[in-house]
Design a protein around this ligand. Sequence first.
Ligand code: PFF
Length: 473
Amino acid sequence: MALTQSGSGRDGWSSRTAFILAAIGSAVGLGNLVRFPAEAGANGGGAFVLFYILCIVLIGLPVLLSETLIGRHGQAAAPESFRKVAEQSGKSTAWEHVASLGVLSAFLVLAFYCVLGGWVLYYVGVFAGDLFTTGISGGAFSDMTVAEVEGLFPAMISNGTMTVMLNLVFLAVTVFFVSRGVSGGIEKVAVYLMPAFFVLLLGITIYGLFGGQMGRTLAYLFTFEPERLTGPVMLAAVGQAFFSLSLGVAGMVTYGAYVGRNVNLAGTSAIIAAADTAVALLAGLCIFPIVFAAGLAADGGLGLMFTTLPHAFQEIPGGSLLGLGFFVMVGFAALTSSVALMEVPTAWVSERFRFARPVAAGIVTFSAAVLGALSALSMGVLSGFHPLGFLPMFEGMGVLDTLDTLTGKITMPIGALLTSVFIGWVANKRLVDSENGLDGGLHLFWRFLVCWLCPIALTLILIVGIFPGVLGD
Ligand code: PFF
């Protein structure tokens, strides 16, 4: 039977550790492993990394605390939690629509995130097949040319039947856990997979340490050149910090709703943010030594993970096993994030329409599968379909890129901005203070951040995201 910590008769985390692991599982994902290293490399290494850490502490952490606080106070699906806080503060219940937007964002991100999850599964299969046929010695894919290995990715994404099937498999695994509830499913996946994830990450990073390219990696990631800290670099860092901490999609509101009253939210949020940042940094320290050891250049974007790395594993000893371990690790991280993404609309559908959880999860999965299929096919047969192409910021984008841009540059920053305004300016101060677990100078500092710094920074991200020319290059 599910243990209930929240005291409201609902399903909930069975311990504080379970919540921490699940929230870290939500935060740690493709954003840390794929996006962070690529962005750090593309945006000036040390300058980006240092500013990213500042953003996590000064902007991400205050919003993370705000989201979990709203959820814990409301003890319900995200819109209902916002409504309760607004009502008890004597303010308009229309604030619940901030969370409705979050539910929509989470659904849209889920749809394309599981397509990427499917790609990861493909590489797990490819490396497992290689290990099985050619064994552990030497590099991976010994019977293939470099061009063939680098050709795997374009061939896969343009094969619609395969990517749609892989997407369905990834969604099926996700819904398997979400439909079992918080303590019986979501928590289980985090409690088992996150420790396994950390073991794999540390193992591969240690391999890199002995591979001899750590010095070059450290220089690449941490050389601080202040002149590279330009406006666009700073904005890339803020946006990455938000995506990485899973903010702006009401995800942490939803997870916060299953937290017991006895948990100190400020301390817990700090642990979550610290772990997420540590994983992003370790991801850089794990990926680049492998790439450099193979004598390759570190490119940005999806190419780093899906083209450069498989080629790198071809060049280094034990490449098949290392590649398999690497993609299994990425798959674990992606799964704990997709579970969080699916939980947000599932909790809402289940509470709003009073559906049993498996039914609600089934409806969300079916809808995400349809939108996911369109996203998967946008890399192949549907590449000429640009749903929002009539707007300049979405010009030439297929479904997958449109969803990524729409959520990352518009709906998630709006969600996070309104959340900070809600907690900083709208919600009753006493209510907020009774939940946040802060006092003294730290409390005043947090108030300053939520009331001023977060809204200003998030407004800037929005403006620059929509009108990229504003800051120049
Ligand atoms: N934080 C995840 C990542 O870095 O991959 C992405 C994410 C997961 C965003 C869950 C939002 C969310 F609710």
